[in-house]
Design a protein. Structure first.
Length: 91
């Protein structure tokens, strides 16, 4: 048996966070919700949500789950939507 250590996972890059933010914003706008309404439903501060949408915040998984619940979608839908916004230079 070898003593292998797992490599640490890379941090989310700015492009990844921006893609996630675009996904959150598009899902929110598709539901005709304000940032204030979504933040209230997710139980987070509106300035934090704004930071997520602008790609300035790196939300934890539990925050992502709360945002998704506020949007009435699965967290995986947000991730898939973020992948959709991945540009050719981001690959």
């Amino acid at each position: 048996m070898t003593n292998e250590q797992a490599s640490p996972a890379p941090n989310a890059g700015a492009a990844d966070l921006l893609q996630l933010g675009v996904a959150v914003r598009q899902a929110r706008l598709a539901r005709a919700m304000s940032q204030e309404a979504l933040a209230d439903r997710a139980g987070i501060h509106v300035t934090y949500l704004s930071g997520v949408e602008r790609g300035k915040r790196n939300p934890t998984f539990s925050i992502l789950v709360r945002i998704a619940a506020g949007l009435a979608i699965a967290p995986s839908c947000l991730v898939l939507l973020a992948e959709k916004y991945k540009g050719p230079s981001d690959e």
